[in-house]
Design a protein around this ligand. Structure first.
Ligand SMILES: NC(=O)c1ccc[n+]([C@@H]2O[C@H](COP(=O)([O-])OP(=O)(O)OC[C@H]3O[C@@H](n4cnc5c(N)ncnc54)[C@H](OP(=O)(O)O)[C@@H]3O)[C@@H](O)[C@H]2O)c1
Length: 326
């Protein structure tokens, strides 16, 4: 028997309960994994609280991320004892996920744990960190260099935002962090490498079609009015990597930034990102993230504490990354 967080639905409300289950209850897949750590992302928060329609079939084990060791594998690419990482592919949404001591997964969904990285560090990065890396790479590919000018990061104290601030600063970019919690998080954001902090309210006024050009690049985790404001303030030929909707999924903008300033809006998806691109991003994360990142921006919790933190993350009350020890 082993421990799992199980989501169920009663009268359209989602319930989350820790249960003892056995291997025969796991879905049948190619690789059985002993899970060391999972992590808590915004999407997990929405799934566990039922605040977002993430899970469609119940019972469900949540957890869009996990890291652990292969117990047995029917696929030649993995052998017992291999350390692996899983992010995305609908795991924790449509397939049983990482918030259990064991998981049964398709080999195609896994990547080998990068050399020099522990399961705990892999989960301190998780989907949020992978997404931050994909955003940074998209800006680099769009020609944004450290000499181009300042880079804006919105939702900066969240999981994606805090990792993006760290990665950009390590690569030599001047990073401006936008946060709704200036008093609480300025010190951390400065330690991670932000050169300036801006209060979220400054970007919440409705955007004019075009505003003063301020940013060479931007990583947006928030969407809605704030992304519209960022687009209106981009430099000529600037690029915005958009990955999130923490402030809403609408986008009240105009075509003006695109047709008069050549601004590029780059969509980022980590869930179905191709294998080679994932492996490359994980290897870059190991190279770029300083050891101090793991101490400064991450906290460990138990499976029992997860529902409480799931509520907090959906209320914008979590800072940095949360890992769950199994
Ligand atoms: N495209 C992908 O593949 C992908 C992958 C991972 C995540 N995401 C999305 O990216 C977003 C961030 O994910 P995460 O895991 O980093 O979440 P998170 O840790 O909760 O961070 C989100 C941050 O956004 C800010 N925020 C919260 N509510 C807001 C509001 N109403 N208006 C403006 N800002 C608000 C907060 O930062 P401050 O307090 O500093 O303002 C919060 O910490 C989510 O929408 C998530 O679904 C997408």
């Amino acid at each position: 028997m082993f421990k799992a967080l199980i989501l169920n639905q009663q009268d359209k409300n989602t319930t989350a309960e820790i249960q003892q289950i056995n291997e025969s209850q796991l879905p049948e897949n190619e690789v059985l994994i002993d899970v060391d750590y999972s992590s808590l992302n915004y999407k997990d928060g929405l799934a566990i609280t039922g605040k977002g329609r993430i899970v469609r079939e119940f019972p469900m084990v949540p957890g869009i991320d996990l890291a652990g060791r292969v117990i047995e594998s029917k696929d030649a690419r993995y052998q017992a004892g291999d350390n692996v990482v899983l992010t995305g592919w609908g795991v924790g949404e449509s397939h049983w996920g990482g918030m259990a001591e064991k998981a049964s997964l398709k080999a195609d969904w896994l990547v080998p744990q990068p050399a020099g990285m522990s399961s705990k560090q892999a989960m301190m990065i998780g989907t949020a960190g992978l997404t931050a890396m994909l955003c940074v790479q998209a800006l680099v590919d769009a020609g944004v260099t450290p000499e181009s000018g300042e880079i804006l990061v919105t939702g900066a104290s969240g999981g994606v935002g805090s990792t993006a601030v760290t990665l950009l600063a390590q690569l030599g970019y001047q990073v401006v962090a936008v946060t709704g919690r200036v008093d609480q998080n300025s010190e951390l954001l400065t330690q991670l490498g932000a050169s300036r902090i801006i209060a979220r309210e400054e970007l919440q006024e409705p955007a004019r079609a075009l505003e003063k050009q301020l940013w060479a690049g931007a990583i947006d985790t928030v969407g809605s009015k704030i992304l519209a404001k960022v687009l209106a303030q981009m430099d000529y030929n600037g690029a915005v990597a958009a990955c999130g909707l923490a402030g809403g999924f609408d986008l009240p903008t105009t075509v003006m930034p695109f047709i008069l300033r050549g601004v590029k809006l780059l969509g980022i998806d980590s869930v179905s990102c191709a294998y080679d691109k994932r492996v490359q991003a994980w290897n870059r994360l190991v190279e770029i993230l300083p050891v101090s990142f793991y101490d400064q921006a991450c906290r460990e919790i138990t499976l029992e504490q997860t529902p409480e933190y799931a509520d907090a993350i959906t209320n914008g009350q979590v800072t940095g990354r949360i890992v769950i020890k199994l």
